[in-house]
Ligand binder design. Structure first.
Ligand code: AP5
Length: 278
């Protein structure tokens, strides 16, 4: 009986061998096609539409490689002109989706407050409404994005990239952005929002004297940002408008424009529509 069984096994092995080579070849091709990092990022969508379990694994690997090895969370950028409501929306997004919120404006302001080297260099630019030179901020952001909390929970990047060279640095570093939200609000509304903004240094709450009045007991400790004067806001707006068209082409496949003119909760509903798809 052993003879015929061994014979059948041999026949089965001969029949299955070409199939095995086909699968190995398939796997090899899919990995080798990921080799150049730029085409890797651009090809992830086509990998996504192909069916099957193995394809899902490939997609995960593709995204992870682009985010530095073992990232699980999404990378979402929130952009828009000064006082558009980025910080206000980030609080809501963070609460619902659990992303780590990284605001380059907050990082820079903290450095100015602590009078660090970076803060001392950045202060003059920030006070005048100018952008801080990219070389002061790019490595810091790239480094922060490799930390474990960001890889695990995903990240909401607020205020970066702010110039085309910053966008390019992200692409070169293989940081794959899954959504690039751009909040749109007319300039005159932005001036009103900026001039009336007050920040609570203890809780981080963002108030507005008219649109979100602070409770009586915190009023005395509220801070009026040094760049929230009309002339500074207009200077910041000028900078924003001169940069944004050079940034968006880097993210054209993942841009989502958000009408930011409604009440904060209405704006959040628009954002939710898109982020729920992640
Ligand atoms: P940053 O702190 O990033 O400032 P910004 O982009 O100018 O944005 P803001 O913080 O002013 O506004 P926001 O959109 O968060 O609005 P908010 O929610 O507070 O940057 C500051 C500076 O740092 C820059 O000028 C630059 O010098 C430097 N910098 C930062 N990043 C840099 C980078 N990558 N490269 C180089 N330089 C960099 O809302 C505003 C007000 O409106 C609030 O009072 C709020 O209550 C109210 N509000 C919000 N939403 C609504 C609504 N829907 N209806 C009515 N009121 C609303």
């Amino acid at each position: 009986m052993a003879g015929p069984r061994r014979g059948r096994s041999l026949v089965a092995a001969l029949l299955l061998a070409p199939l095995l080579f086909f699968r190995l070849d398939d796997v090899f091709t899919s990995f080798s096609s990921r080799a150049p990092s730029t085409s890797l990022r651009r090809s992830s969508e086509s990998v996504l539409v192909a069916p099957g379990k193995q394809t899902g694994q490939r997609l995960q690997l593709t995204l992870c490689q682009a985010r530095g090895g073992d990232a699980k969370g999404s990378l979402v950028v929130i952009a828009g002109p000064p006082a558009a409501g980025k910080g206000t929306q980030c609080e809501k997004i963070k609460d619902k989706y659990g992303f780590v919120h990284i605001s380059t404006g907050d990082i820079l302001r903290e450095n100015v407050k602590q009078e660090t080297d970076l803060g001392l260099k950045a202060k003059g630019y920030m006070d005048s409404g100018a952008l801080v030179p990219s070389e002061l901020i790019v490595d810091l952001v790239k480094d922060r994005l490799t930390k474990d909390d960001v890889k695990e929970k995903g990240c909401l990047l607020d205020g970066f990239p702010r110039a085309p060279d910053q966008a390019e640095a992200m692409v070169d570093a293989g940081l794959k952005v899954e959504k690039f939200l751009v909040i749109k609000v007319p300039d005159d509304t932005l001036v009103e929002r900026g001039c009336g903004r007050r920040l609570d240094p203890e809780t981080g709450e963002i108030y507005h004297l008219k649109f979100r009045p602070p409770p009586e007991e915190v009023v005395d400790r509220l801070v009026h940002r040094s760049d929230d004067q009309e002339d500074k806001i207009r200077e910041r707006l000028k900078n924003y408008h001169s940069q944004i068209d050079g940034i968006t082409p880097f993210f054209k496949d993942v841009i989502y424009e958000v009408d930011g003119t409604g009440k904060p909760d209405q704006v959040f509903e628009i954002i939710e529509e898109d982020l729920d798809k992640l």
